[in-house]
Design a protein around this ligand. Structure first.
Ligand SMILES: O=c1[nH]c(=O)c2ncn([C@@H]3O[C@H](COP(=O)(O)OP(=O)(O)OP(=O)(O)O)[C@@H](O)[C@H]3O)c2[nH]1
Ligand SMILES: [Mg+2]
Length: 204
């Protein structure tokens, strides 16, 4: 069985990666499995910069191959906000409910056709003594007027997918991980993952 370390402390992301990687026979570890959690300051101006920052710092610390995920929600009517600040939009305590409430308040009175938004996800794969690789995935939707659904995390309950007639939080984890920004980025990373350490069964 292969194993990969995800440089995240976000339980929702860990659940998404488990859904994506378990069918491939890969065991998912995250920073939640270790006591020595190192908090990496996300000082980058872009998802790509932050994903690289997190992947390289954790790969250096654990001397192993690491995937980091930097993601967020870009809302057109808010000029791309909350963007790279999605996790901490309503404050540093990273409160999903408060973040959604702030977005809904800022969009009050904005009609459906102007509530377009896009989730972004950049995945960085850091391999010791090798160049870090990045891939990006997106997912388009519309910001609902109130939260619906109890699956997923973050802004999922207010992210409405017109083609499915549901919010991201109304999808099963298998459904979310077929169409999400994370799934779309992961599809491109799959090939890269298969090309590293061929034949090594204990660790990627
Ligand atoms: O509804 C959502 N469904 C998703 O699928 C999703 N993916 C990202 N997000 C939002 O964007 C922030 C990422 O910020 P982020 O990449 O810095 O992660 P984070 O700080 O939560 O954890 P870490 O990976 O840095 O440890 C998250 O907290 C969420 O608010 C999502 N919201
Ligand atoms: Mg973060």
């Amino acid at each position: 069985m292969k194993e990969i370390l995800i440089a995240t402390t976000n339980k929702g992301k860990v659940a998404d990666f488990k859904t994506l990687l378990t069918p491939l026979g890969i065991i998912v570890k995250s920073l939640l499995d270790y006591k020595d959690i190192i908090d990496i300051e996300e000082t980058g101006a872009t998802f790509t910069e932050n994903a690289i920052l997190k992947a390289e710092a954790i790969s250096k610390h654990f001397k192993t191959n690491v995937i980091a995920d930097d993601s967020g929600l870009a809302i057109d009517a808010l000029q791309g906000r909350p963007g790279v600040y999605s996790a901490r939009y309503a404050g540093f305590e990273k409160n999903d409910q408060a973040n959604m409430a702030k977005v809904l308040e800022e969009l009050e009175g904005i009609p459906t056709n102007k509530r377009t938004a896009r989730f972004h996800c950049v995945l960085a794969l850091a391999i010791p003594n090798d160049e870090t690789k990045t891939v990006e995935g997106t997912c388009d939707g519309i910001i609902a007027t109130s939260p619906i659904g109890d699956q997923g995390f973050g802004y999922d309950p207010i992210f409405f997918l017109p083609e499915l007639g549901k919010t991201m939080a109304q999808l099963s984890k298998e459904e979310k991980n077929q169409i999400s920004h994370r799934a779309n980025a992961f599809k491109q990373l799959k090939g890269l993952l298969e090309s590293i350490n061929p034949g090594k069964e204990t660790s990627l």
